[in-house]
Design a protein around this ligand. Structure first.
Ligand SMILES: [Fe+2]
Length: 308
């Protein structure tokens, strides 16, 4: 019988798990145990702190519903979501293709079709809104136009709210589906979005506050681009003039995704509006690859959790 001291315990656990038949599961859990034990040794974790950690994770689970995924939020504010995205990009994104960003929890399947030149804004206008034009092209990684590309866009309104956060969550606003023309060109009018705070009323928000951080995301427009033969692109455009563009609480911003609206851009289809020009460049889909969506729908996670 071995004495399980502060190091032998790790080896004993790894030994018991060594017969895991699935090699990937074995590698992931072995590595998780090694790092978890190293972490506990490094900070000299006390029983009270261990219990506080269990209570925190319990609260995170209890805050999850079909519409709210507190664990994804935790992953987001710890930078894990960004890290996993960056690693996936490094493996699958073609040189020259647009960088990805987080899907976030506010995507809706089958948004309303918006004709080229139409507007994402459906609700009545008010004086605080700033109308802008978004235009450009969808091309392959080398800049050749991709015909038949479909773009889903979704964003907050000028108050910083998604339609799903309004009084009637079934109302649809500030989102739409565009079909690019034969040369991959698109243009759409919208209202400049406003930045917003991630939900701060749960355990993750409490943690963010304890860390002296803010919970803000800079103003952005989410974009999902798909075309036959290409990987689905999940990304977002961030506005340079937002005060939190350098300190996104979920680390979604990349320099190449930061934009500003300008007047007088050459070939803007609506010269009267301040415009953002952005070309989205897609990575080819490897032969036989399925190219599943990068990102999660909270209701599907709840289903998967129920079915074990
Ligand atoms: Fe968002």
């Amino acid at each position: 019988m071995k004495d399980l001291d502060r190091f032998a315990i790790t080896e004993a656990v790894l030994e018991q798990m060594a017969g895991t038949p699935d090699p990937r599961l074995r590698r992931i859990i072995e590595s998780a145990v090694r790092h978890l034990h190293d972490f506990a040794r490094e900070v000299e974790l006390t029983p009270e702190e261990w219990l506080a950690g269990i209570a925190f994770l319990t609260a995170v689970g209890q805050a999850c519903t079909a519409h709210r995924q507190e664990f994804i939020l935790l992953s987001d504010v710890l930078g894990l979501s960004r890290l996993v995205n960056v690693m996936h990009d490094a493996r699958s994104r073609a040189e020259g293709a647009t960088e990805t960003s987080l899907l976030g929890p506010f995507y809706r399947e089958d948004p309303p079709e918006v004709p080229l030149g139409g507007s994402l804004a459906r609700a009545a206008t008010d004086g605080n809104r700033k109308e802008i034009l978004l235009f450009g092209r969808v091309t392959d990684a080398g800049g050749e136009p991709v015909p038949g590309a479909v773009m889903d866009l979704w964003q907050t309104n000028a108050e910083g709210l998604y339609d799903l956060q309004g009084e009637d969550p079934s109302a649809v606003d500030m989102r739409g589906r565009l079909r690019c023309d034969a040369e991959g060109r698109y243009h759409v009018r919208t209202v400049k979005p406003r930045g917003y705070s991630v939900p701060m009323d749960g355990p993750v928000g409490r943690l963010v506050r304890l860390q002296g951080r803010h919970g803000h995301r800079p103003a952005h427009i989410h974009v999902l681009v798909s075309a036959p033969g290409y990987q689905e692109l999940v990304t977002a455009l961030y506005f340079a003039d937002d005060p939190h563009v350098e300190s996104d609480t979920v680390f979604g911003v990349s320099g190449s995704l930061v934009v500003s609206e300008r007047t007088g851009l050459p070939d803007a289809p609506r010269p009267d509006l301040p415009a953002v020009r952005y070309d989205f460049r897609l990575s080819p889909l490897a032969a036989g690859a399925e190219g599943g969506r990068v990102g999660a729908d909270p209701s599907r996670i709840a289903e998967a959790a129920r079915s074990g």
